[in-house]
Every structure is written in structure tokens, then in C-alpha cells.
Design a binder for this molecule. Structure first.
Ligand SMILES: Nc1ncnc2c1ncn2[C@@H]1O[C@H](COP(=O)(O)OP(=O)(O)O)[C@@H](O)[C@H]1O
Ligand SMILES: [Mg+2]
Length: 318
């Protein structure tokens, strides 16, 4: 087994009884503790199997954040800082070593995606590479209909009937239903992935670098679509990106991740305009700007900030 794959056997922890559909008393619990957050992550720790047999490598350390219904929280940080790991752990694809993940008031921390039952529907995902997540041998109509009937939100006939409306909603022609994913451009495929994600009315969508593989003009259109759907469906986005330029305009709040820890968290415009942490400032100045003079200035300031950061770390290191 490759080290790049999380081991399914790592799911050793007992499942939370509230996560079991039909668990005794879980309806009562829901009334006692109404979910203020669509998603609440507390003190999350994630470890992967290390190179040496039995060893573990900790990649997420004490991460906490809240996602309110209908809001966008951007999770930013350099490549390797742990953004996707957080998304995948929330999705139930990677087991947490510690901490809790509460989705609409239900604790799903130790419930892998395959055992989440109907709760899984409330949480959907869009990834960077829409081609990888769309089965190339299925027609678009079936790709979009499947989650609807599989989640028992519609009969197969009803699901097929809803496909046309879904396609229209994401700006694709009705005849797209009869074609295969290969017939579409990158931007169109991402629209299909979005249509599939929102079709089941999720309350949270994890968007992991959803526009990073697209050219700039397509990026804008896809972001516009996501924003539009958020307004009409009141869906919350955990928006994972390494691109801070997107954060200011697209997110309500932002959490800055560095080496598996959140170093700064706040209102997106505040954090972008007045970053408190050196690391955030360094990330900000890495964002490309169209003006070459400003770009040069930014690059110089980034180098200075990173040097300062390393120096300050040298001071705190033992
Ligand atoms: N399946 C895995 N097994 C072992 N290590 C992993 C796995 N996935 C990611 N990592 C490591 O965890 C760290 C965080 O990775 P990732 O969450 O993909 O970061 P990001 O999405 O911010 O680029 C990196 O050091 C990466 O090498
Ligand atoms: Mg990633």
C-alpha cells in the first residue's frame, strides 16, 4: 500500500452514536442543541502514517474554526500547509487523531464517509481537477442524476427530470445530458462538478482549489456561479486556496494555515488589508498584481518579510 493513501484501517475509534441514523434519542439531542454553525471544527489533530513502521507524522495541530450557514470561510496557506488534509478529514476521507467535527449539530468526527449515511449528503465537495471526479464513462445526465436517487431525494425518473434544471442553473445547455465529460472544457467540467455537488442541497461544500486549474477568465465565471448559488441555496463554503487574491473578494472570513496550524483568522477584508502575522503578510505579497512596478516592490517586500520571519524564528528556536 502506498504511503500517499490514508489507511482505511486507521478508523479505529468508536463512532458517535448521534451519527447513526435512527440512534435512540438523537432527535431529542437535535432539539436541545440546535446547530448554530453549519460546520464546527474544534482542536483538530491529523496524523499520517510515517515512513517507519508504526510511526505517525502530525500534519494538523489544534485547528479550530466555525462555518456559519451560507458563509464562505477561506482556508489559505502555502502548498503542503495542510489545507487539503483538513478538507479531507472533514469529508471523512482521513481519520482525525483528535478533535471534533460537527456538521449541523451532529458529531461526525469519527465516522468515515462510507458510514455517514444520510448526513453525508449535507456535505459535498468540489476539487481542483473536475475530470478526475467525473466518471469519464458515464453520461453527464447520469452523473448528475445519480446523487439524487442514491441519496433517496428523488426516484430515478424524478432525478432524470431534474438534470435539465441543474444544467440550466450552472449555465450549460440541456443537451449536455447526453454527452460524456470529455466533451467539455475545464470550466464546463467544473460547472458539472458544481451542479452535482449542489444537486442534493448540501449545507456545506468543501471547495478545494476549485479554480486553480482554470485560466483566469474562466476562474471569474466559475467563482461568480459559486457566489450566485450560495445566495440562492444558502450553502456554506469552506474555500481552500493558495491564492490570496481570491480571498478578499470571495470570502467572508479567512483562516491562514501555516505548517498545520492556524496562525491568523478573521474577516477577509481585515486580514487581507491589515494582516497581523508576518506569515500572512508574506503570503499577501506573493499575490501577483498586474502592475510590474508594484510587483517588483511586492517581491522585494516579500523577501524582506520572509527574512524577518526566519530571523524571528531563529530567535524563538532553542
Ligand atoms: N495521504 C498522505 N499520506 C502522508 N502524508 C500526506 C498525505 N497527504 C498529504 N500528506 C502530507 O501532509 C502535509 C499537508 O499536505 P496537504 O494537506 O496536501 O497540504 P495542502 O493542501 O495545503 O497543499 C504535507 O506535508 C503532505 O506531504
Ligand atoms: Mg491541497
Amino acid at each position: 500500500m502506498s504511503a500517499a493513501q490514508p489507511e482505511p484501517t486507521a478508523w479505529g475509534a468508536p463512532e458517535h452514536q448521534l451519527a447513526q441514523p435512527g440512534a435512540p434519542g438523537h432527535g431529542v439531542q437535535d432539539r436541545v442543541a440546535p446547530a448554530a454553525s453549519a460546520l464546527s471544527v474544534s482542536n483538530l489533530v491529523v496524523e499520517y502514517p510515517g515512513r517507519r513502521r508504526g510511526s505517525r507524522v502530525r500534519v494538523i495541530e489544534d485547528v479550530s474554526f466555525e462555518l456559519a450557514p451560507g458563509e464562505t470561510l477561506a482556508l489559505v496557506g502555502e502548498s503542503g500547509s495542510g489545507k487539503s488534509t483538513i478538507g479531507n478529514t472533514v469529508l471523512g476521507l482521513v481519520p482525525p487523531a483528535a478533535g471534533s467535527i460537527v456538521l449541523n449539530g451532529r458529531d461526525v468526527s469519527n465516522v468515515p464517509v462510507k458510514r455517514r449515511g444520510s448526513i453525508a449528503t449535507q456535505l459535498q465537495a468540489i476539487f481542483q481537477d473536475p475530470y478526475g471526479s467525473l466518471n469519464p464513462s458515464m453520461r453527464v445526465g447520469d452523473i448528475l442524476a445519480e446523487p439524487l436517487w442514491a441519496s433517496k431525494q428523488a426516484t430515478r425518473a424524478e432525478a432524470r427530470a431534474r438534470v435539465e434544471e441543474l444544467l440550466r442553473r450552472v449555465g450549460l445547455p440541456a443537451d449536455a445530458a447526453g454527452r460524456y465529460p470529455a466533451a467539455f472544457s475545464g470550466g464546463q467540467r467544473q460547472r458539472l462538478a458544481i451542479a452535482r455537488a449542489v444537486s442534493v442541497n448540501p449545507s456545506v461544500v468543501i471547495c478545494d482549489e476549485p479554480t486553480s486549474a482554470l485560466d483566469v477568465s474562466t476562474q471569474g465565471a466559475v467563482l461568480e456561479l459559486l457566489a450566485e448559488l450560495q445566495t440562492s441555496l444558502n450553502v456554506a463554503y469552506l474555500f481552500i486556496t493558495h491564492d490570496l487574491a481570491l480571498v478578499r473578494s470571495f470570502a467572508d472570513r479567512v483562516a491562514v494555515l501555516r505548517k498545520g496550524r492556524i496562525v491568523e483568522q478573521g474577516v477577509a477584508t481585515e486580514v487581507c488589508d491589515h494582516p497581523k502575522e508576518l506569515y500572512t503578510r508574506a503570503l499577501m505579497s506573493a499575490t501577483p498584481v498586474p502592475d510590474p512596478a508594484i510587483q517588483r516592490q511586492r517581491r522585494a517586500s516579500r523577501v524582506a518579510v520572509l527574512a524577518q520571519l526566519r530571523a524571528s524564528e531563529g530567535l524563538v528556536a532553542e
